[in-house]
Design a protein around this ligand. Structure first.
Ligand SMILES: [Zn+2]
Length: 173
């Protein structure tokens, strides 16, 4: 837990303008791969439709509001129009997009792609299981850096398409 909090405050000092004050909750997970148990900060499960905490591999977190950030809508629409997804239903499209949505986000500081699901801080596996529900009485107010798209925005449309296709291929789409 302490590791995550320290990371958040360090991020704030580094880039104070692009941070968002959020009330987050602790979720306790166990890694199915190495049995490591760890805590992760996340939004409450209810009332946060379209908002995401994104996770870098080293526990770094970033906030992404998919409702207000036009990039989210643009890229999800574009992704859905690509051949691997074009004929799928909306649920399958949106679940595939969420798997790869970090592609249009700037990388975490240690160089990993941000993902909507946390991974084990030890072995990096995403095969993790929630052990304990959140305690709604114990929200933690933290400043979380917002997702940015600086690298993505510099790409041509064709380059964007290639990046998305590559990411889809990596999840076997
Ligand atoms: Zn693990």
């Amino acid at each position: 837990m302490k590791f995550f909090i320290r990371y958040v405050f360090w991020s704030r000092r580094r880039n104070p303008k692009s941070a968002m004050e959020l009330t987050l909750f602790e979720f306790h997970y166990r890694c199915k791969n190495c049995n490591n148990e760890f805590d992760v900060l996340d939004l409450p499960p209810e009332g946060t439709y379209g908002e995401f905490i994104m996770y870098g591999q080293n526990g770094e977190i970033a906030y992404w509001n998919g409702i207000t950030d036009p990039v989210f809508k643009e890229v999800s629409k574009f992704t859905n129009s690509l051949t691997p997804l074009a004929d799928l239903d909306e649920i399958a499209q949106s679940s595939a997009f969420l798997e790869i949505c970090g592609v249009c986000c700037d990388l975490a500081r240690e160089g990993s792609v941000f993902r909507v699901r946390p991974s084990c801080p030890d072995c990096k596996s995403e095969d993790i299981r929630l052990l304990r529900e959140i305690d709604p009485q114990h929200g933690i107010v933290v400043d979380v850096p917002c997702i940015t798209h600086n690298t993505w925005n510099r790409l041509s449309q064709e380059e964007k398409k290639q990046q998305l296709l590559k990411a889809l291929k990596e999840i076997n789409m």
